[in-house]
Design a protein around this ligand. Structure first.
Ligand code: S3P
Length: 437
């Protein structure tokens, strides 16, 4: 864990210029996992050198994988094939990273060795039965605490059986966990989702030459196949770009270009929601890079208005709500979010923590069981608590663009999990943010 860090943001200013935000976190995790299990070498560029994806990288090193880098986002993974992982010497510490833990639980349930997965205080509070229950249906043995939280004790040496599983909540982590276990299971493993969620696992499996059966809401893999090493170009993370999309949308006179951003349609809810609020975002130069759509995003400052967020957009923008709450606070009228209960079990309870922070800045905001109601208004200065949640910290940094006085955001060190150098990049674009102890 990183040391204590707070952000101090001077009010006003605007965002201008051209930026490339760091690599996509979801794709970076998956590149290490599949690259390690592939036969031959996998070369990754644009890898996110953040604590979360480095936790995955270090976990695979601990299981005997030779990984060169990262150097300037370049990683070379010497894959060992589906059966080549070795027992780690001790527990695998996954820090703050829910994606590492949930995806690894599926992968490790199918290995020959036992293993323990641990995490930091936030990860140790997050629900894991959503993966251990369906894994148990496959015959896996993965134990949680009595509360259903980490540490996870994974017993190896089990033959898994494919299942046909309907996800009770839309979750790409659960889907991916089961697909990874399914690579080793007898027969077919199928996952049906109630609403589309990010499909990076499916796309990347295909990129490694693994057959994946897909229809609108269902994906299946058959166990026993092989992965072939490949090249992966990780696009910039739309979830990191989201802070700048919101910042530039709310800042008068802003004009910003975000380059080479991943615009996979299962991730672009933030663009759709901001546009409905009146934002001007142009998706330019769209192209496909290594199986993932990528584009440059041009955004200009505009007057926003409140909306009812369509529930079908929620899973497509699931990580962007801290930033979108700040957009709602700057919009004329009321914004109503429903169908977003999952936000309560992210790195923090993002509904409550955002409502508390906006309230501290003078905004009328109310938490509901599965969302929030926010009245746009004038933000004043003040202190807010990020609760160690990277996305809360970055969202409130952007709030400074429209606050009437200085904002201090506390407990921001975990910004390094997904967006190292956030402050430097934000300053380069014009945000008056500094890191203070
Ligand atoms: C992720 C899936 C999402 C998202 C998380 C990354 C992934 O979680 O919030 O940041 O990489 O699969 P859920 O599957 O829990 O919604």
């Amino acid at each position: 864990m990183s040391e204590e860090k707070n952000f101090r943001i001077q009010p006003g200013g605007t965002l201008r210029g051209t930026l490339r935000v760091p690599g996509d976190k979801s794709i970076s995790h998956r590149s290490i996992m599949l690259g390690s299990l592939a036969e031959g070498v996998t070369e990754v560029s644009g890898f996110l050198e953040g604590e979360d994806s480095l936790a995955t990288l270090n976990a695979f090193r601990a299981m005997g994988i030779a990984i060169e880098g990262p150097h300037d986002g370049r990683v070379v993974i010497h894959g060992v094939g589906m059966q080549g992982l070795q027992a780690p010497a001790g527990p695998l510490d996954l820090g703050n990273s829910g994606t590492s833990m949930r995806l690894l639980s599926g992968l490790l349930a199918a290995q020959a060795f036992d293993c323990e997965l641990i995490g930091d205080a936030s990860l140790s509070r997050r629900p894991m039965r959503r993966v251990t229950e369906p894994l148990a249906q496959m015959g896996a043995h993965v134990e949680t605490t009595a509360a259903g939280t980490p540490p996870l004790r994974v017993r190896g040496g089990t033959v898994l059986q494919g299942i046909d599983y309907e996800l009770p909540v839309p979750s790409a982590q659960v889907k991916s966990c089961l697909l990874l276990a399914g690579l080793y299971a007898r027969g077919k493993t199928c996952v049906t989702e109630p609403a589309p969620t990010r499909d990076h696992t499916e796309r990347m499996l295909e990129g490694f030459g693994y057959p994946v059966e897909r229809s609108a809401s269902r994906v299946c893999v058959a166990g026993g196949g092989r992965l072939r090493g490949t090249r992966i170009d990780v696009p910039a993370d739309i979830s990191s770009a989201a802070f700048f999309l919101v910042g530039a949308s709310i800042a008068p006179g802003a004009e910003l270009t975000l380059e080479h951003v991943g615009v996979n349609p299962t991730r672009t809810g933030v663009i759709e929601i901001l546009r409905r609020m009146g934002a001007e975002i142009e998706v330019a130069n769209e192209r496909v890079v290594g199986g993932e759509p990528v584009a440059d995003l041009h955004v200009r400052g505009r007057e926003l208005h409140g909306i009812r967020v369509p529930e079908d957009q929620v899973p497509l923008a699931i990580d962007e709500f801290p930033a979108l709450f700040v957009a709602a606070a700057c919009a004329a009228g009321e914004t109503v979010l429903t169908g977003a209960r999952e936000l309560r079990v992210k790195e923090s309870d993002r509904i409550q923590v955002m409502v508390d922070g906006l309230t501290a800045l003078g905004i009328e905001a109310r938490a509901t069981e599965d969302g929030a109601v926010i009245q746009g208004g004038q933000m004043v200065g003040g202190r807010i608590d990020s609760h160690g949640d990277h996305r809360i910290a970055m969202a409130f940094a952007m709030a400074g663009l429209r606050a009437s006085a200085e904002i201090t955001a506390e407990d921001c060190a975990n910004v390094d999990t997904s967006f190292p150098d956030f402050c430097a990049l934000a300053r380069q674009a014009g945000l008056a943010v500094s890191e203070v102890p």
